[in-house]
Design a protein around this ligand. Structure first.
Ligand code: SF4
Length: 148
């Protein structure tokens, strides 16, 4: 049996044209939310967008990824840093866990520094809930600057 971890990525539909450059770079470098896979083999088995507000694709996309053996679904960093951030993140998390029995991690690549500065000024992430949500992708400033 392989120890390889199979992951799927679901991005915010506002960035539906995104080619996944930052997510894939972070995956290769094990940065941001992918730092939990340091020293582990990881394979990307699915990549899609949420389908637009209110996120209708969240209902079905995990099923397709499950057929490819997905272990963990990552909700992309765009859900956290967009203006405004997605208000349904925790609902998506709860739904995917409950319905499909899959692990869900919020975040992919590190938060880019320019988003970090704007959201800090806006006090977007001051609540305990948001502090917890951004934790996997917060990274240090040096790393955040690499994702601007
Ligand atoms: S804000 Fe949330 S529900 Fe709306 S498009 Fe983005 S991820 Fe989907």
């Amino acid at each position: 049996m392989s120890d390889e971890i199979k992951i799927g990525i679901i991005i915010c539909d506002r960035y539906s044209g995104c080619a996944g450059g930052k997510c894939l770079r972070a995956l290769n470098n094990r940065e941001g939310a992918f730092s939990i896979y340091k020293d582990k083999d990881v394979k990307l088995v699915g990549y899609t967008a949420c389908g637009g507000c209110p996120g209708g694709n969240i209902e079905y996309a995990p099923e397709e990824m499950k057929k490819n053996g997905v272990d963990v679904i990552h909700l992309a960093t765009g859900l956290v840093v967009g203006y405004p951030p997605c208000s349904r993140i925790t609902r998506f998390q709860d739904f995917i866990r409950e319905k499909y029995g899959l692990d869900v991690v919020v975040g992919t690549h590190p938060i880019p520094q320019n988003y970090y500065e704007t959201h800090t000024a806006l006090r977007t992430w001051e609540s305990p809930k948001w502090k917890e949500i951004i934790q996997p992708t917060l990274a240090d400033e040096e790393t955040r600057l690499l994702y601007d």
